[in-house]
Design a binder for this molecule. Structure first.
Ligand SMILES: NC(=O)c1ccc[n+]([C@@H]2O[C@H](COP(=O)([O-])OP(=O)(O)OC[C@H]3O[C@@H](n4cnc5c(N)ncnc54)[C@H](O)[C@@H]3O)[C@@H](O)[C@H]2O)c1
Length: 245
């Protein structure tokens, strides 16, 4: 029960890695708020783990403010996981539409800014809090045709480190995890087309020889957000089966 007595928000917790993180947090004793733009997904995971589902669009200031008001009026918050993320389809970088660019940047980057504004005053007032950003190996070792997605994750890693040094004196830790390709609904969008050949190509870059799983992310996230990691801040930890070596 590493997270006993803690309250956590997991954005994008209604699917994939976020669901894995929400499940692990609940199993370790946390009260979990599953915040997702997808109501059905959020409600299904919340029901499974005995958590609370809240509808939230992390790219919207109003929606993030509403989330903060609902959660903080009911009690305190210990852990914020910025996990919700989207990608554009693989394409030559100059052919990605402005609409797709804006969507990727608003969901993957602006959300970190908006949740920081909404929750950091609360964490500062308690002199405690943990933020975990779900970035990607794409931000460390980028590959062609996903340029704007890769860059959004590189931004997230830099934001994590800067937030960590600025917030450390306030008792707030900020870390990131960098997942390698995982078999979630988002994988198809990274691959462009889901064929055995494209899957084999992705797998061939992962020395451990398998895709990552929501359980892998839950385990890493739980450690980094627990008191066991109280001396760890500003890391962007690969959870990648050796892909970035
Ligand atoms: N799957 C991979 O291969 C992979 C690899 C590296 C990093 N990541 C990152 O992991 C995170 C989770 O991805 P996943 O693979 O679990 O994807 P997923 O599509 O399974 O889940 C993403 C969740 O985020 C939610 N979401 C999307 N836009 C939102 C918004 N505006 N507001 C609130 N919620 C929103 C979706 O409804 C969904 O429930 C993302 O940040 C992604 O970039 C994924």
């Amino acid at each position: 029960m590493r997270l006993s007595g803690k309250t956590a928000i997991v954005t994008g917790g209604g699917s994939g890695f976020g669901a894995g993180i929400a499940r692990k947090f609940a199993a370790e004793g946390a009260r979990v708020v599953v915040a997702d733009i997808n109501v059905e997904g959020a409600e299904a995971i919340a029901a499974e783990i005995g958590g609370t589902a809240l509808v939230c669009n992390v790219a919207s200031r109003k929606s993030v403010s509403d989330l903060a008001e609902t959660v903080l009026s009911a009690g305190h918050l210990d852990i914020l996981v910025n996990n919700a993320g989207v990608t554009h389809l693989p394409n030559q970088l100059e052919d990605v539409t402005e609409e797709d660019f804006d969507r990727v940047y608003n969901v993957n980057m602006k959300s970190v800014f908006l949740t920081a504004q909404a929750f950091i005053p609360h964490f500062k007032s308690r002199k405690s809090g943990v933020i975990l950003n779900v970035a990607s190996t794409a931000g460390v070792s980028p590959r062609p045709r996903l340029n704007w997605y890769n860059a959004s994750k590189g931004w997230m890693i830099t934001a994590t480190k800067t937030m960590a040094v600025e917030l450390a004196p306030e008792g707030i830790r900020v870390n990131a995890i960098n997942p390698v390709a995982g078999d979630t609904p988002l994988l198809k969008s990274f691959m462009g087309e889901d064929t055995p050949e494209v899957r084999a190509k992705f797998l061939s870059t992962i020395p451990i020889g398998r895709f990552s799983t929501p359980e892998d992310m839950g385990n890493a996230a739980c450690f980094l957000c627990s008191d066991e990691a109280s001396m760890i801040t500003g890391v962007a930890m690969e959870v990648d089966g050796g892909r970035c070596i």
